[in-house]
Design a protein around this ligand. Structure first.
Ligand SMILES: [Zn+2]
Length: 171
């Protein structure tokens, strides 16, 4: 597989988007959450558990909180040279953007909690079981997370398509 270049656009492998969509589908109507880690040309998805119901309200249908076990696993991998490239979660109310709460969590003190990481939101109304998930990417730019082009690369590195959604008001 061709190396995925760094840059402001979020470039995912098609199988990653498929896996995240499946994760979101399994968890619905709860939000799913996880990360994509990269090291050199290596990439791996860590599917985290959403333990928001232990801390809510809001419930895990409206928010997410990564479980300690997954956080520890991610931390250990980062100490081994992996970095958090993408933080993803789902919105089962269909809202395709980062909510005010998402932004607060991502930028707790005016600075990104995970510099260099981009955010991916998979959105679908949970009751529309057959519909496809809409994916939106957000990159840190000029002091806030802004909608960024999302490119999906086939494993061969040949084909790509742009799935960027239109920006949406904060929810
Ligand atoms: Zn959210």
């Amino acid at each position: 597989m061709r190396a995925i270049p760094a840059g402001c656009d979020l470039i995912l492998v098609a199988s990653e988007l498929e896996q995240i969509g499946q994760h979101a589908h399994r968890e619905a109507p709860r939000e799913c959450c996880g990360v994509i880690l990269t090291r050199g040309t290596g990439r791996q998805i860590i599917e985290a558990k959403n333990v928001q119901d232990l801390f809510g309200p809001p419930s895990a249908e409206r928010a997410f909180r990564v479980d300690d076990g997954s956080l520890q696993r991610i931390l250990t991998l980062c100490q081994d040279g992996w970095r958090v490239a993408v933080i993803y979660h789902s919105h089962t109310n269909g809202f395709p953007g980062l909510s005010a709460r998402d932004r607060e969590a991502a930028v707790p003190a005016g600075r990104p909690l995970y510099p260099g990481a981009e955010y991916l939101v998979a959105a679908k109304r949970a009751r529309h079981a057959d519909g496809a998930w809409t994916f939106s990417a957000y990159a840190w730019e000029r002091g806030e997370y802004r909608l960024a082009p999302l490119t999906v690369q086939e494993a061969s590195g040949a084909a790509s398509e742009n799935l960027a959604a239109s920006d949406a008001p904060l929810g």
